[in-house]
Design a protein around this ligand. Structure first.
Ligand code: SF4
Length: 385
């Protein structure tokens, strides 16, 4: 699909108004204080925004007329614009959301019998260059603002008819879309506070998960500021292979990453960490790789590690292939027989490119990494970060 190279900027933002989706509860109260308004007024408006998904101040009927007029003059509720949305045959739903300057990001909803999971993006593109990742081929443009992160959930919730605290269509959120969320720390934390807040979307800590490629110092920092669940994109249990697949491993090797995981678990004794492992044919799917993974998982306290096996989703230009069903089953069995809690992620939304690792959006690469990637592909040499 062609997206205009330069989408018009949000008219409200152009007029210097403040987007209320950029504030967590404390931020909103501070903003209201700057307008000379009491904190409970901010809480009242927050409920309209996140419980009733209302963006029009005129319809916030229990808010006084004078305050509504003041809000109209100074601020707005501005979720990202939906450029396109599409449902797959299996119920998976994808939204392409327009950012500034012709960029676009993707948000995906995955319904299952017992829950509905929204996969949210944190950056326009990603600079970490994991070798098996479709987003990585597009390079990096910029971090998303809090409004653009929580706005993805707001758009999806409104579209799906989600009712916070009652009929939830979105029961879980994973920060697992485009981007490395810990590289956009403040905006991501503020957005996750809104996901968790009772006046926001009101989700429990185990239902909001941040997935990281392994930024060790930021894992520690995250554990200090918010109670959410952690997932680690592991994909290999030896440093040589992991550095090849996830170049960040060179900076923070597996031993340091596992230390950070132990510190995380020490702060949250009754929780667990999910380790994502994308299975690629002949790359990381052999019995020896399973043995290495078992050994690594045994270094964590019993019952605190879950492995999530993800069959690789091929994308144009990739050198990797999906492991065969037999190999995937054998890998899972080997882990289960060794007592490692292991789940196999079913591939969803294949017909709309919404499967894991396929979130693409449209990224105008400011770092020129896409061009470099394509040059490497054309030359047939591995792409180092
Ligand atoms: S897998 Fe995640 S961290 Fe790695 S390049 Fe893709 S989006 Fe970035």
């Amino acid at each position: 699909m062609n997206i205009p190279a330069s989408l018009p900027s949000d008219p409200a933002a152009q007029s210097g108004k403040v987007n209320l989706l950029d504030f967590d509860r404390q931020g909103l109260r501070d903003f209201f204080a700057s307008l000379g308004e009491k904190p409970y007024r901010a809480d009242q408006v927050m409920k309209w925004i996140y419980h009733r998904l209302e963006s029009d101040f005129a319809r916030m009927t229990d808010v006084g007329k004078a305050l509504r007029a003041k809000l109209e003059d100074t601020c707005y509720v501005g979720p990202p614009r939906t450029l396109f949305d599409k449902a797959a045959a299996d119920g998976t739903h994808k939204w392409l959301l327009g950012m500034d300057g012709g960029n676009a990001i993707e948000t995906v909803y995955i319904p299952e019998p017992s829950r509905g999971t929204l996969c949210v993006s944190s950056q326009v593109g990603c600079g970490l260059n994991c070798r098996f990742c479709s987003t990585a081929t597009q390079g990096f443009n910029r971090n998303l603002a809090t409004a653009e992160i929580i706005g993805q959930m707001w758009v999806a919730a409104r579209h799906l008819g989600n009712v916070t605290h009652q009929q939830r269509r979105i029961t879980n959120v994973v920060m697992m879309g485009m981007g490395e969320p810990l590289l956009n720390f403040d905006a991501v934390v503020a957005a996750m506070r809104l996901m968790r807040d009772d006046l926001g979307f009101g989700l429990a800590s185990k239902r909001v998960t941040l997935s990281t490629a392994g930024l060790v110092p930021m894992i520690d920092k995250l554990s200090e500021v918010i109670d959410v669940s952690l997932a680690v994109s592991l994909h290999a249990a030896n440093d040589e292979l992991r550095t090849e697949l996830v170049p960040l491993n060179k900076r923070y090797p597996i031993a340091e990453l596992m230390d950070a995981c132990r510190r995380w678990l020490a702060r949250r004794p009754r929780t667990s960490i999910t380790f994502e492992y994308t299975l690629m044919k002949g790359v990381n799917d052999q019995p020896e790789h399973a043995r290495q993974l078992i050994k690594l998982m045994r270094k964590l306290p019993t019952g605190t590690a879950k492995v999530n096996l993800i069959p690789f989703n091929p994308f144009p230009g990739t050198q990797f292939e999906r492991s065969t069903p037999e190999v995937i089953r054998a890998f899972q069995t080997q882990l289960l027989e060794a007592g490692v809690l292991t789940m196999l992620r079913r591939t969803r939304g294949d017909d709309i490119d919404a499967a894991c690792g396929q979130l693409k959006g449209q990224v105008l690469d400011r770092t020129r990494r896409q061009a470099s990637f394509r040059q490497h592909l054309a030359a047939g040499v591995p792409h180092a970060s």
